[in-house]
Ligand binder design. Structure first.
Ligand code: 16G
Length: 249
């Protein structure tokens, strides 16, 4: 089945074979793929060739290895479009996934320098501080620490249970705060021990650290959020358009 004389190296052809099987659903997420020995016998190539193919697919996050158990297909990454302002609950619902949250902390706190700056408050002004692990199909995806201007949503923590309520829905339905736009930065770093425990990954695993400030009508900042999304489960997707006024290259 492999073509030794083709210009594509044999290990690349094995990669293609595995990728095709993943794309067609033949190798489903979290299922074990054939062992190195099976693949080398099937294609009549050396173990080294197969090892190289599996190593590259693992490095690129498409496969993962479990010591003594074999090589498995990675779960698909959640692809979030960057041009739409959505809530976690909406994002998951659009993908047909069940969302939930573990509330780690919820209280009124004096605004830190940073929170005050982004929310347009004086440091020390009360903010609602809500820390949640966001789950998709029961699996932790992100750790979010959200700070809200307390005066805009009185009694929110007493009235709602954010282990199942959607924050954006409550803000809109109960407080008339519809999010109009948000500004966010995304950077890669490794998970702290605290984040790793909450996300159920090894300390030092990659996360996407996101800082978001969301605004309601009248350019009023409502929330300042610091979050860590699992690097192995999340990717962001953006459509980039050239400005009409921009000259062609
Ligand atoms: C998203 C937002 C977060 C917001 C949350 C509300 C990002 C990076 N963050 O996770 O700022 O607080 O949705 O979700 O997208 P909820 O309405 O489901 O509680």
């Amino acid at each position: 089945m492999l073509r030794p004389l083709a210009h594509k190296p044999l290990y690349e052809q094995i990669k293609d074979y595995i990728l095709l099987n993943i794309q067609s659903g033949n190798f489903s997420p979290d299922s074990r793929i054939p062992s190195e020995r099976e693949l080398s016998e099937q294609f009549n190539v050396s173990r080294m060739t197969v090892t190289k193919a599996l190593h590259e697919l693992t490095r690129d996050g498409l496969l993962y290895a479990r010591v003594g158990k074999g090589t498995f297909v990675s779960p698909r990454r959640i692809d979030q479009q960057l041009e739409m302002l959505t809530s976690f609950t909406e994002d998951m619902a659009r993908r047909g996934q069940r969302s939930a949250s573990r509330v780690l902390a919820a209280s009124l706190q004096p605004a830190s320098e940073d929170a005050a700056h982004y929310l347009g408050l004086l440091p020390g002004t009360p903010v609602v501080s809500l820390q949640r692990v966001r789950l998709a199909e029961g699996e932790p995806i992100a750790l979010e620490h959200c700070m809200l201007v307390a005066a805009m949503c009185p009694q929110i923590l007493e009235r709602f249970d954010f282990s199942h309520d959607s924050l954006y829905e409550v803000l809109w339905r109960e407080y008339g705060l519809g999010m109009r736009y948000a500004e966010q930065t995304i950077e890669a770093r490794v998970a702290s021990e605290y984040e790793a425990t909450a996300l159920e990954v090894l300390p030092g695993s990659p996360v996407l650290a996101i800082t978001r400030v969301s605004y309601a009508e009248g350019d009023r900042p409502v929330e300042f959020v610091l979050s860590a999304y699992r690097g192995d489960r999340y990717k962001f997707h953006a459509i980039l358009r050239k400005l009409e006024s921009q000259a062609q290259p």
